[in-house]
Write a protein that binds this ligand. Structure first.
Ligand SMILES: [Fe+2]
Length: 180
């Protein structure tokens, strides 16, 4: 086990029938929970989780993308489902020790914020393909190395019912019976 990514099998469909996950061509957008299959919504409800929204990230083959940490706690999770993507992988990075690393705050296309890190200020700590789905760490600087296929990442952002974001390890613990 690592602190960045864990494949799980929830045993439910992800999206409602009739929704085409390949139909989105905006770089970064959000969908509400109406696109999520009712079996998955029930499963999340049983775990006392509620959906905030689904972020959709579309990337072209070999597209470069910045190393960034999502805004929020420095340890937090999302559930990611990948469509297409070929041999794309997600990378996680650690700010170099001793470096006066000054991440740059940016506003994303969905009006959230993220902290971007220059590549020479960080060291690669982990790389892994993302599954269907995987629990991923989004509070640590990360980016995607694209392959030769377009990639759609559907990233489910959730709260506990008392509106807390869970850390990666708390999420693994909650979903432990679904670990592959
Ligand atoms: Fe991110």
């Amino acid at each position: 086990m690592n602190n960045y990514c864990m494949d799980i099998d929830l045993g439910t469909p992800f999206l409602v029938e009739g929704f085409n996950p390949y139909s989105i061509s905006k770089t970064h957008s959000i969908l509400d929970q109406s696109v999520i299959h009712s079996d998955l919504l029930s499963l999340l409800d049983d775990l006392d989780l509620k959906v905030i929204y689904i972020e959709v990230f579309f990337k072209h083959p070999f597209e470069k993308n910045p190393i960034h940490a999502d805004d929020g706690p420095s340890d937090m999770s999302k559930l990611n489902w990948i469509f297409g993507g070929g041999r794309s992988v997600m990378n996680w990075w650690a700010p170099k020790i001793g470096e006066q690393c000054k991440p740059i705050e940016v506003v994303t296309d969905i009006n959230s914020s993220a902290l971007c890190y220059p590549e020479d200020s960080v060291d690669l700590v982990h790389t892994q393909p993302i599954g269907f789905p995987s629990i991923i760490q989004s509070g640590v600087p990360h980016n995607i190395t694209m392959g030769n296929e377009p990639r759609w990442c559907y990233s489910l952002v959730f709260f506990t019912k008392d509106t807390r974001r869970l850390t990666f390890v708390q999420t693994i613990d909650l979903f432990k019976k679904y670990i592959k």
